[in-house]
Design a protein around this ligand. Structure first.
Ligand code: FE
Ligand code: FE
Ligand code: ZN
Length: 276
């Protein structure tokens, strides 16, 4: 069974996202926990959240993915920015308990000239402060393209972050196909890439895949998503990703530049390419 969905707007609440996902043939989805640029989140309506939990169970959804705002930077040199990241993630994880058992994905951060080591230490410090043994959400580090001083452009960096987190069973990784391509991992050699992932991080830590084509070339460190088949990765390699034995049970989430109809078409296309 292929678990596939796309990024949806959360502005109409939880249950509305579940219904929208169903309407486009999705059985997972992603949403921003609040405005992607940050700001205050609407308080959760427990009834609305419970309705989504029921819908997800009834329709056998894979785990859904909450995405932290892009402005979150726990590796910042600025105390206020780091504090914002801590408070935001803490609040998001508290709110995620209304839909327990799902995933919370974030961009590890940018070290902004302090160096990777310092950046990594700051990310670990936040996670060790915020994660709790009681939480029912798995927190995912996203593989990054390596724009600017972004941390998480190599599997080594992600492995190093994870090594320093105490509640390690609350952590996982989300692999973004556009980002790894832009970071220099060639999907033409998918087996090798996954072998390296397994050696350094462990495939058991891989909890979700962002399925995107990339406008730019291998190793460009740009991070510009393209529609499936509209970029430099191409439909054949993305089909190989959803069909890879090590990946095919994971939730795949499209973050391609599309409206809802475009997402419905891509989901249909990928379902036609999936071998059960
Ligand atoms: Fe992301
Ligand atoms: Fe992504
Ligand atoms: Zn991206």
């Amino acid at each position: 069974m292929l678990y596939i969905g796309c990024h949806l707007s959360s502005s109409n609440g939880f249950q509305a996202m579940g219904k929208q996902a169903l309407s486009i043939g999705a059985n997972t989805f992603q949403f921003f926990t609040r405005n992607p640029r940050g700001s205050k989140a609407k308080e959760i309506d427990p009834q609305d959240a419970a309705a989504l939990v029921t819908l997800l169970k009834e329709h056998h959804f894979a785990p859904i993915i909450a995405h932290a705002p892009y402005t979150l930077n726990p590796a910042s040199a600025d105390t206020k920015t780091r504090e914002f990241a801590w408070l935001t993630m803490q609040d998001d994880l508290r709110r995620m308990e209304y839909v327990p058992g799902n995933l919370y994905n974030f961009h590890p951060g940018s070290h902004v000239g302090q160096g990777t080591q310092t950046g990594i230490a700051l990310i670990q410090r936040m996670l060790n402060k915020i994660l709790t043994p009681q939480q029912h959400t798995t927190v995912l580090l996203e593989t990054m393209a390596g724009k600017g001083s972004e941390i998480g452009r190599t599997f080594d960096e992600l492995a190093t972050i994870l090594d320093g987190v105490q509640l390690t069973d609350k952590m996982g990784v989300c692999l973004d196909t556009c980002h790894i391509h832009d970071a220099g991992y060639s999907i033409t050699k998918l087996d090798d890439v996954l072998t390296e992932f397994d050696k350094k991080i462990g495939l058991s830590r891989l909890k979700a895949v962002h399925l995107n084509d990339s406008l730019n070339s291998l190793g460009s460190h740009k991070d510009r998503h393209a529609v499936i088949g509209g970029g430099q990765i191409g439909t054949d390699l993305l089909s190989a990703v959803i069909n890879h034995p090590a990946l095919k049970q994971l939730p795949f989430c499209l973050e391609t530049p599309n409206d809802l109809d475009g997402y419905a078409r891509e989901i249909k296309l990928l379902r036609s390419l999936y071998r059960d």
